[in-house]
Design a protein around this ligand. Structure first.
Ligand code: LLP
Length: 417
């Protein structure tokens, strides 16, 4: 599961770099990412699409740090953005606007103008009302906005309810039954240019079947939409491929795409341009969060291992009861009592792992694994905690890509008196 993150000579390494030395230099909590891991993950998708016209748009919400974006931009990757802020970030690292697509249910007029001015490849429109507003904004700017409509294929991705998005009854996309009508409406609006169709069924999906089902439903719709006179140039299947947090074995990106391409070919869509929006599967397992044990606290019911990372750094356990492995940087010989690993934040929900066998004393360093996606990008300043530092590792070289947030950084926007 983690080819570039492993114990060597008794110490946990990211590529050629021992994490304990890095933690001494930069302090904790510290996020550390393997560049090679990201490039390998991207290469699996690229292999899957070999010989096809396909655009891989990294869903940068998973990890939007400039140093991470730069890795993908330099590898020729496109980007899926969900805000004007994400657009600014990705333009700052030199991304090609022609490889940027814009998702999200609540785009503002200002964000639409910003994206039109940049000349992005496609807006993934999520409602009929948004079609009308985007049309207005584009006409006022004297341009045509390239659009896809996100349709809701109503398949169950079999994942956590908070991260499943392709079922009826959630806020995303346009219902299957309304899709043809919505496309006909879009085609009549002079400020819009229909370029594609889009879907995204959820996140941390560990089976191929929901993708194959969604693919069939999307292709059915494309046939109906084209029969109604609206040509669809590209097919966007969203993101959502899961990673190994605790022994899950999701399909490999290239294998999944071999299956999907076979289906596309069998149904006569072999020439169609493809777009995907993977986030977690490109960065999730590339990162760890190094944290120091502050105290161990034996209790009647439970033992607590109190660490210096918290729900503001690693929000996934608190938000989704998510599991992330926790391993000592250096193993100690002897018995491993069972601990709940918790942070310093004043909430019972501030836990990182439950019932973990760990042989640790105060001062030891632990790594929370699979911390490359949806950790730093979701970090907050709750409890007036500064956000962690981040280091990108490539071979034996390390680069600080974000310094630890200072108190001055935190107070910058505030007005006192
Ligand atoms: N495209 C769209 C329209 C999305 O909404 C998302 C993620 C993606 C692509 C990328 O999905 P991925 O390949 O990363 O699964 N914070 C949650 C995950 C939220 C996912 C939001 N949308 C978590 O930590 O599990």
């Amino acid at each position: 599961g983690h080819p570039h993150i492993a114990h060597r000579d008794g110490a946990l390494h990211v590529e050629g770099v021992a994490l304990d030395a890095l933690a001494r230099t930069h302090g904790t909590p510290l996020f550390v990412y393997s560049k090679q891991w990201m490039l390998d993950a991207l290469a699996a998708y690229q292999r899957g699409f070999e010989g096809r016209e396909a655009l891989i748009c990294y869903a940068m919400k998973a990890n939007s740090s400039l140093g991470v974006l730069r890795v993908f931009a330099e590898a020729g990757c496109g980007f899926d953005i969900v805000s004007g802020g994400e657009l600014s970030r990705v333009l700052a690292v030199g991304a090609d606007p022609k490889k940027i697509i814009f998702s999200g249910v609540g785009k503002t007029r200002a964000e639409m103008r910003q994206a039109l001015a940049a000349g992005i490849a496609c807006f993934n429109v999520e409602s009929e009302a948004e079609l009308d507003v985007l049309n207005e904004v584009a006409l006022a700017e004297k341009v045509r906005a390239p659009i896809s409509i996100r349709i809701n294929p109503n398949v169950d991705p079999k994942t956590h309810p908070y991260i499943s998005t392709g079922l009826k009854g959630n806020k995303f996309g346009i219902a299957h039954d309304r899709a043809v009508q919505a496309y006909q409406h879009a085609a009549r609006l002079p400020g819009l240019e229909v370029v594609g169709i889009d879907c995204h069924i959820g996140s941390q999906i560990t089976e191929a079947s929901p993708y194959l089902d969604a693919c069939d439903r999307v292709l059915d719709l494309v046939e109906a939409i084209e029969a109604a006179g609206v040509p669809i140039h590209h097919l966007d299947f969203g993101g959502g491929l899961g990673i190994d947090y605790n022994g899950e074995v999701p399909p490999k990106a290239d294998a999944l795409w071999q299956q999907l391409l076979a289906k596309l070919d069998a149904r006569g869509f072999d020439q169609r341009k493809l777009v995907i929006e993977p986030g977690r599967s490109l960065v999730g397992n590339a990162g760890v969060c190094v944290t120091e044990v502050l105290y161990t606290k034996p209790g009647e019911d439970k033992n607590f291992c109190i660490v210096d990372a918290a729900m503001n750094d690693l929000p996934r356990p608190a938000m989704y009861q998510a599991f992330q492995k926790i391993v000592p940087l250096r193993a100690r010989a002897g018995d491993a009592p069972t601990y709940d690993v918790v942070g310093p934040v004043c909430e019972s929900g501030d836990w990182i792992g439950r019932d973990r066998a760990l042989n640790v004393v105060a001062g030891d360093l632990l790594a929370v694994l699979s911390a490359g996606a949806y950790c730093m990008s979701m970090a907050s300043n709750y409890n007036t905690r500064g956000r962690a530092a981040e280091v990108l590792v490539s071979g034996a070289t390390t680069k600080l890509i974000r310094r630890r947030e200072t108190m001055e950084d935190q107070l910058r926007a505030e007005i006192d008196g």
